[in-house]
Design a protein around this ligand. Structure first.
Ligand SMILES: Cc1cc2nc3c(=O)[nH]c(=O)nc-3n(C[C@H](O)[C@H](O)[C@H](O)COP(=O)(O)OP(=O)(O)OC[C@H]3O[C@@H](n4cnc5c(N)ncnc54)[C@H](O)[C@@H]3O)c2cc1C
Length: 377
């Protein structure tokens, strides 16, 4: 890099934050614009398994690997697969010193990344409305309050519904035909011993055809359930999603005939149900290079959640920062970054699409199909 560029990152998710961290480590100033009002305004979601060949590579590049290891839970790589009668079909034990993909709560990972940044790097409560290219390869950031700011590089790390993406591509996420309904259990070992037994130290999937029930242990005895099924996006037509008992009754009807111990996942949860229809970008998703603007993570390659999205976002973020540091111009850095990131994302998205079709076939069967390569999130 010959001169110090002005760099904006839109979005303080895992990808944007690791990118900011690696840039700062090499003395490159950066500002992250985040729509959420403050770091604690929203629960950051469930647990993430951080893979050796992607997410961990990024955390090493960011100098945060040891701190990640101290927080992570290798034992949570344990996984059980059941059929709908609760018969155990497969049980992968987790070795305490197996570091291939230890789990970490998403909130802990975000806090780790945020704490590693210089004070005031993140501008909270800043929604970006759009980005437009300017002559001479720079880019204009349009804030929600109608003010604008110009940068040499704007990085769209703003997730599925990216406001940066339209500067590069017309692609829009579309419904993948599968919905996840999230439910929560607190203090499972004392309050929900049946759920604690099902989930063990890690993840449990129960499957039959187009339906599954997934449990994941987070830290502090918290368990998240993902009630996942293939079906129309408006599966809840006629229901008020805020009416927990009505949603529960609809879900119980969908899982009729499943073992009672599994139905407790629908009956005993704390709080309401959160509807999460699955959206994906088209495959392949690519774009012609636009000087001064690029994307990373879900903004670039939103794909079915089969355990890779956050890992790829982390790797993209670290590699993009390294490209900026290692090349004399932003143009050359983007050439280097996109020529690796885009083909990788296309290949992974194809695999993810295939896995979703295998895991959630459009048929009603009793079979608990699970491709060997697939790992539940
Ligand atoms: C239920 C579920 C489970 C998953 N489990 C796993 C897993 O185990 N492993 C895994 O690797 N992946 C998992 N994923 C996928 C993973 O969550 C995403 O791929 C990952 O979070 C993408 O990271 P990101 O940094 O690209 O974007 P995000 O994490 O989506 O972060 C984007 C950030 O941008 C901000 N933002 C959005 N719009 C604007 C705007 N206009 N202006 C300013 N800021 C904005 C958002 O508030 C957010 O903070 C899962 C996904 C789901 C839905």
């Amino acid at each position: 890099m010959s001169t110090i560029p002005r760099i904006a990152i839109v979005g303080a998710g895992p990808g944007g934050l690791v990118c900011a961290r690696v840039l700062q480590q090499h003395g490159v100033p950066v500002t992250v614009f985040e729509h959420e009002p403050d770091p604690d305004s929203r629960s950051q979601g469930g647990t993430l398994d951080i893979h050796e060949d992607t997410g961990q590579v990024a955390l090493r590049a960011a100098g945060l690997f040891d701190r990640f290891l101290a927080l992570s839970r290798p034992e949570s790589q344990e996984w059980r697969l059941h059929d709908r009668h609760a018969t155990l079909i497969r049980h992968d034990q987790a070795d305490e010193d197996d570091l291939s993909s230890p789990e970490i709560d998403r909130g802990q990972l975000r806090a780790l990344l945020l704490d590693s940044l210089a004070p005031r790097t993140v501008r909270w409560g800043h929604s970006v409305r759009a980005v437009t290219p300017l002559p001479h390869g720079t880019a204009r950031l349009h804030h929600h309050d109608r003010t604008v700011e110009d940068f040499d590089l704007v990085i769209g790390a703003d997730g599925a519904w990216s406001r940066v993406r339209p500067a590069l591509s017309d692609a829009q996420p579309s419904y993948a035909g599968v919905t996840m309904v999230e439910a929560h259990f607190d203090d499972v070992d004392h309050r929900h011993p049946g759920i604690a037994q099902l989930v063990g130290r890690g993840t449990m999937s129960a499957k039959a055809g187009r339906r599954s029930l997934v449990l994941q242990r987070n830290s502090n005895g918290h368990v998240r359930a993902y009630i996942t099924f293939r079906g129309p996006k408006d599966w809840h037509a006629g229901l008020d999603l805020a009416d927990t008992e009505a949603v529960r009754a609809r879900l119980l009807a969908q899982y009729q005939g499943w073992d009672e111990s599994l139905l407790d996942i629908l009956r005993d949860n704390e709080g309401g149900f959160i509807n999460r229809p699955m959206f994906v970008l088209p495959v392949p998703h690519t774009w012609q290079r636009v000087p001064g603007i690029t994307l990373l993570g879900d903004a670039a390659h939103l794909m079915p959640p089969i355990g890779v999205g956050a890992n790829l976002a982390l790797l993209d973020g670290a590699e993009l920062a390294q490209a900026v540091i290692g090349h004399p111009t932003i143009d050359e850095a983007l050439d280097a970054y996109e020529s690796v990131m885009l083909p990788r994302a296309i290949e992974t998205a194809k695999t993810a699409q295939h896995m979703l079709t295998t895991l959630m076939p459009d048929t009603d069967t009793d079979e608990a199909l699970f491709p060997d390569a697939a790992w539940p999130e």
